[in-house]
Design a protein around this ligand. Sequence first.
Ligand code: ADP
Length: 197
Amino acid sequence: MSPAGPRLLLIGPPGAGKGTQAQQLSQAFGVPAISTGDIFRHNVAQETPLGLQAKAFMDAGDNVPDSLTNDLITDRLEESDAANGFLLDGYPRTTDQVRHLDDFLAGHNTAMDAVVQLVADPDVVVSRLRKRATEQGRSDDDESVVRHRLEVYQDQTAPLIDLYTQRGLVVAIDGIGDISEVTQRIMSALASVGVTA
Ligand code: ADP
């Protein structure tokens, strides 16, 4: 049996590069990257009942209601590939989601190993998202929606950093730089708290 991988989560404002780093870290640690945003977008594209419920919230740049999101993450974390570690990207985003995740992990006799905070200046984030809007055509990358998503992040998600800091779990990483450079920073910061690949 392979040794258990870490249980990690990535937190940071929209456009900080969470998705990109999640892919890198998932490979490095051999654990699945689980992005609630990607799962929602997939459901929207397939026009599933979940997608139909989530779409309006996403297009407006609001969080999808906690009840829907929490159910979705429970199902995903119960899949077999997540049994030996995972990397969460974009979840939890609210204190209610933290409580849900805490209960889930406690119910499985486990806990998070570390929380990676990706730090990026709001100006940089806005210009990255503007570029992504042109390249990928994400409907929630429109300028006014982006501003709203940043507000929602400040309001509902940024407080989670304090909460996880109190638990001694946060490593803060400068998210500005080449992709591989940022990955290296994360890997060394994690190694310094005992999380190694
Ligand atoms: P970003 O971090 O760049 O905003 P995501 O792909 O993480 O992008 O999320 C896109 C959208 O999906 C969010 O604006 C929100 O509507 C929805 N979403 C993703 N994750 C969650 C979550 N954990 N709780 C509520 N809504 C979420």
